[in-house]
Write a new protein. Structure first.
Length: 348
């Protein structure tokens, strides 16, 4: 297993995006978000997206230049036309706007329509939470569909992840990133290409039979919503919620039959200082975090943990001793560097 220095990896990916046409701040933002995905263990939505993103820039599906358009604005909300600009750069820009306004008004939201793909949602909340604020982030892709409604056979929406992060008193922040389906398109395609199966029935075939076989994806099969079978209506309802927050609020979505790879995005920042107060928030969030960790576990089993704890521990270890990439990534990275005549990062 090869390990890489995180800074060297980020610098290399930044150079690749620079050569693909992005200016420095956009290129570095893209690199940082992709590397963060791998640091946290979301390796289908980290550097695995590097090749597709570079190809999207080359084809023009992802726009390299320009600024988002302002569709609507109030003192606490904005709606942007993302113009298929790089998703991670747009999301970080939206978070910065929402953070600044939340310190004044207590909360602020930015909705982005026609963004390009935004990578791993878990890559965004930590910085906001460590600044003492709360981030809620949701994304859908109105240009594609892979999840069928409960009781249906035809896909109508994407996995529609919902992420959030908030501080706790004296401990790491809580960071959640949950898709409204059991699995993602990226993981399903990875297992399908490898001829592997899921550990459980995360999909249904074209006839509606639950299955663990990733090969049904693209052959009439669809991803099952969370809770299926039996309680899939709950996951599907949450998926509809994400559709409303992203596409419906943004005013552009599936009804417009968009094409290409993209995202509709919802960004909400809340500032506890403008609600019940920082001390009260910390007391409550800290109490609950401590209570979860102290909860007794069955004999021989690890104790309960908060969302994001394992990812943050993995990140800390990788920053200290090097990041181990998924087996599919070193060869891809070397090939992309060779094609761009950029020195590939050397494993530790």
């Amino acid at each position: 297993m090869m390990r890489y220095d995180t800074k060297a990896l980020t610098d290399t990916v930044t150079a690749l995006f620079r050569q693909a046409g992005l200016v420095e701040d956009r290129a570095r933002t893209m690199a940082e978000v992709l590397v963060e995905g791998d640091l946290l263990g979301h390796d289908t939505h980290g550097l695995a997206l590097l090749g597709p993103y570079l190809d999207a820039l080359a084809s023009g599906d992802m726009a390299a230049d320009g600024l988002p358009g302002l569709v609507a604005s109030t003192p606490v909300t904005e709606t942007w036309d993302g113009k298929k600009l790089p998703g991670p750069w747009l999301v970080r820009r939206a978070i910065a706007v929402a953070q600044a306004r939340a310190t004044i008004f207590g909360l602020s939201a930015v909705v982005i329509r026609r963004s390009h793909h935004i990578a791993c949602l878990a890559a965004y909340p930590e910085a906001v939470a460590r600044a003492g604020q709360v981030l809620v982030l949701a994304s859908s892709d109105p240009g594609t569909a892979s999840v069928a409604p409960t009781g249906g056979l035809t896909s109508v929406m994407t996995p529609n992840p919902l992420a959030a992060g908030w501080p706790t008193a004296g401990g790491p922040p809580v960071i959640m990133d949950v898709s409204m389906s059991y699995t993602t398109n990226g993981m399903t395609n990875r297992l399908k290409a490898a001829g592997s199966r899921f550990p459980h029935a995360f999909l249904q075939d074209a006839q509606g039979n639950p299955t663990d076989d990733a090969a049904v994806f693209g052959a009439g099969g669809t991803l099952l919503p969370l809770g299926a079978p039996g309680a899939g209506h709950k996951g599907f309802a949450l998926g509809l919620l994400v559709e409303m927050l992203t596409s419906a609020l943004g005013g552009q979505g599936r009804a417009d039959a968009p094409t290409g790879w993209g995202a509709a995005v919802f960004v909400l920042v809340l500032d506890p200082a403008r609600f019940g107060g920082v001390d009260a928030f910390s007391r409550e969030a800290g109490w609950l975090a401590d209570t979860v960790r102290a909860n007794p576990a069955p004999e021989g089993q690890p104790p309960p943990r908060l969302p994001g704890e394992r990812g943050l521990a993995r990140k800390a270890a990788a920053l200290a001793g090097g990041l181990t990439l998924h087996a599919s990534l070193p060869a891809m990275l070397a090939a992309r560097c060779a094609a761009a005549k950029i020195a590939a990062p050397i494993p530790l």
